[in-house]
Design a protein around this ligand. Sequence first.
Ligand SMILES: CSC[C@H]1O[C@H](OP(=O)(O)O)[C@H](O)[C@@H]1O
Ligand SMILES: Nc1ncnc2[nH]cnc12
Length: 298
Amino acid sequence: MQTEQETQAPGARWRIGVIGGSGIYDLSVLDDVQEIAVQSPFGASSGPVTLGRIGGQEFVFLARHGAGHRISPEAINHRANIDVMKRCGVTDLVAISAIGSLREELAPGSFVAVDQFIDRTHGRPQSFFGEGLVAHVSLADPVCARLSGLLADAAQAAGASVHRGGCYLAMQGPQFSTRAESRLYRQWGADVIGMTAMPEARLAREAELPYALIGMVTDYDAWRDGDHVDVAQVLSVMRGNAATAKATVVALAGLLPQLRTPSPIDRALDGAIMTAPAQRDPVLVARLGAVAGRALKA
Ligand SMILES: CSC[C@H]1O[C@H](OP(=O)(O)O)[C@H](O)[C@@H]1O
Ligand SMILES: Nc1ncnc2[nH]cnc12
């Protein structure tokens, strides 16, 4: 598999990036695997990436919390992770996460194809851009509907009970929510809760990567009388779900159309960069080579 900043031509092949969350530290369903460390100007990513195939379909896997789950949610270097995916020539990004449920009908064991976010995280670098190169992308629809639909179909084919659509409340962590917070988030219209999808989803959009998140419900968070979540509960549900999550990736490989038609998200930076070419910081422009090279050259 070729890597490092290939440009995606219309009608070209898919190369699916998979970011695995709690309980998903490898993608044992991949063939012809090769583990490589990819350097990023944004610092250390969560770890090496695994390149591999399922049939003729190429995948690039990264464990979000690192091998052995050593990186806490607030310390994940999402910028490096997304930058590395771009450097590996990823065209579309699938995120897999453990989530808490804020709705009775989203029972532990079920999967949710998330389509919206409320971001309560803080102190995490939220953008690739900044002083010397300012950009404002649209995040109105933060998830790629095409990829999310395929992912939901794949999860269903893998035997999961799938809810299509749901609003993910990204909390800071690493502690779980208080009961008051959990009840407040329900009033805000959030359906599920986790600690990692933000700023991951924001950065994927800035990097012009169509993004979809499949969440595996592990618990009812803390809004139900007497209930509260703990790690033992999350892990016990995840042990049951990890095989289904991996089977979802296998099913996705079989569901992807042979040729990838362009997505509007491939050009999310068109018209978004505000800074006049003469005023751009050359150091930042160079750092953004993989993430925004297409738009900066245009
Ligand atoms: C182990 S429970 C809390 C932990 O699980 C989720 O992580 P991920 O989204 O990477 O699966 C949640 O966001 C917390 O980081
Ligand atoms: N209830 C919860 N809150 C935050 N992150 C989670 N991950 C799994 N369950 C969670």
